[in-house]
Design a protein around this ligand. Structure first.
Ligand code: GLY
Ligand code: MN
Length: 514
């Protein structure tokens, strides 16, 4: 049966009396509640990622015997007044359920310890309301008339191959919360407060019904939330090695991103005529993502001329002037949330100048040196070190460093990093900066394994007012970023088909504009 009560776990609609003109008259209410065709509850088959999500839950379950684990999807976040950002479920929730862009705000996954060992997984979500409820037509935040219908419990259960219950039943989970219950805190701070209160209640009851060893100190320990942080960390580390579904999604995201870059290249002549050409470049890339039915995984960076020296330039309100470079850092995200993250730096008029080419090919040399290190068993930080050796050597040769390249590379120095302050690589997947809560031992100091996917993205950025570099270098920013898969036999550059060398890039632009 549809859950038509107002669940206590989701706030009521925001008040906006000046906007709301929905009638409340008795005649209207009884009329709008009737005359609807029966809902057809066609049950979808389990989606492709359902068995992968089940295997991920099993791996998590094995790490937490006997403990209740709560992984909320999160809620809508206000953008301004009564309008929200597009909803995006927390990455750990998406990973463990397979529910991506069609997931419902306020949903919560609970792994309940099973008597026979392991856990039983239940997904709680706010199923659709009945046509006899006010919500149906009068609630702009969640009402079917306003934002569309939600699926039924049975539909979601079939789609995700999960045990599913209505959100109202989550109160039963809250009342069962004990000191061993863990929650992914950052996913839904409002719900986490309720879990914290329930844990404190549990601890207080234990103290009141005191045994000799109980003390109020145990309440303080829970308030530190360190066990919750451990859950977040473990969920991040589980995602370091991608399964077959994830790798296939990464390939699709990269292919979709390549199409966006092709469109940007073909449109460069128009962008270079526009007063805000960077906006147009962003729009062309994002239009391709939308045309293919996708979205972008992060704000597209379209940085022309000296803007390319600003690492995360997303204002994109500058010109795209012939003679300058344009750095485009963009990635298409699929319904499953997997995203590519690719950068190319293009000459706006189709040809690199000598100095632009020198910088570009140096960055490519650094990227190629980093790629050459990647294989199962190598250390993640050695990928960065290989790129840095090239950057240090070339900037020393160009007379930019006050020390030799070898001296610059000493741990206590790093002068060359003035021209590339960011790292060379980050893991990639559901989050553009994936697995960010993993321990250093597993990430920066981690050993590469087949199935890992990460970027290689060295750059050189010569700020327009940097007096340490010759005048002709100033204002040039170059980054080349590819998405790399560690394979059993070495490595695969998933984005290698997008032109990389200076000569390939010039030919790409010439061909697109013929
Ligand atoms: N694509 C932006 C970054 O990796 O920081
Ligand atoms: Mn990146």
């Amino acid at each position: 049966m549809a859950d038509t009560t107002a669940p206590p776990l989701i706030p009521a609609a925001r008040s906006n009396e000046n906007r709301s003109t929905t009638p409340g008259s008795t005649g209207f209410k009884s009329f709008i509640a009737s005359g609807w065709a029966d809902r057809t509850d066609a049950l979808p088959g389990a989606r492709e990622q359902a068995p992968f999500a089940a295997a991920r839950r099993a791996r998590l379950s094995a790490q937490y015997p006997g403990q209740r684990l709560i992984i909320p999807a999160g809620r809508l976040k206000p953008r301004s007044n009564d309008t929200d950002y597009a909803f995006r479920a927390h990455s750990a929730f998406a990973y463990l359920t397979g529910w991506g862009s069609d997931s419902e705000p306020g949903a919560v996954l609970v792994l309940e310890p099973a008597a026979a060992g392991g856990h039983d997984a239940t997904l709680y979500f706010r199923e659709r309301a009945g046509r006899d409820s006010d919500e149906f037509y009068a609630n702009p935040d969640i009402g079917e008339f306003w934002i569309g219908p939600r699926p039924s419990v049975t539909q979601v259960a079939s789609d995700l191959a999960l045990h599913v219950r209505g959100i109202a039943e989550l109160t039963g989970v809250l009342s069962a919360v004990d000191s061993e219950t863990l929650v992914v805190r950052e996913a839904d701070p409002t719900f986490t407060e309720q879990v914290d209160e329930a844990r404190l209640r549990f601890a207080a009851e234990r103290v009141l019904g005191s045994t000799a060893t109980d003390s109020p100190f145990s309440i303080e320990i829970n308030a530190e939330h360190e066990p919750d942080a451990g859950l977040t960390r473990d969920l991040s580390e589980l995602r370091l090695v991608k399964d077959a579904f994830e790798i296939a999604q990464m390939r699709l995201a990269v292919a979709a991103t390549a199409r966006g870059f092709d469109d940007v290249v073909a449109d460069l002549p128009r962008s270079s005529q526009h007063a805000r050409g960077e906006r147009l470049v962003e729009g062309v890339f994002n239009t391709r993502a939308r045309t293919d039915g996708n979205t972008v995984g992060y704000d597209t960076i379209a940085a022309s001329g000296p803007h390319a020296c600003i690492l995360h330039w997303t204002r994109n309100d500058g010109v795209v002037a012939p003679g300058d470079l344009i750095l485009i850092d963009a990635g298409v995200e699929l319904d499953s949330y997997y995203t590519a993250d690719i950068t190319r730096t293009l000459p706006v008029n189709g040809f690199y100048t000598d100095v632009q080419r020198l910088v570009y090919e140096t960055v490519r040399e650094a990227a190629d040196a980093a790629f050459a290190v990647v294989r199962s068993g190598a250390v993640f930080r050695d990928v960065h070190a290989a790129a840095m050796a090239v950057i240090a050597r070339r900037t020393a040769e160009w007379g930019m460093l006050p020390v030799t390249a070898d001296e610059a590379l000493l741990p206590e120095n790093g002068h060359h990093r003035r021209y590339m302050v960011h790292g060379t690589s980050h893991h990639l997947g559901i989050d553009v900066h994936d697995c960010a809560q993993a321990r250093r031992d597993m990430y920066l100091d981690g050993v590469l394994e087949p199935g890992m996917v990460f970027t290689i993205e060295p750059g050189l950025y010569f700020q327009p007012d940097d007096l340490t570099v010759p005048a002709e270098f100033r204002g040039i920013g170059v980054r080349i970023e590819d998405d790399i898969l560690v394979t059993p036999t070495g490595a695969e550059n998933l984005s290698a088909a997008i032109p990389r060398t200076a000569t390939e890039v010039e030919a790409w632009i010439a061909a697109a504009q013929r």
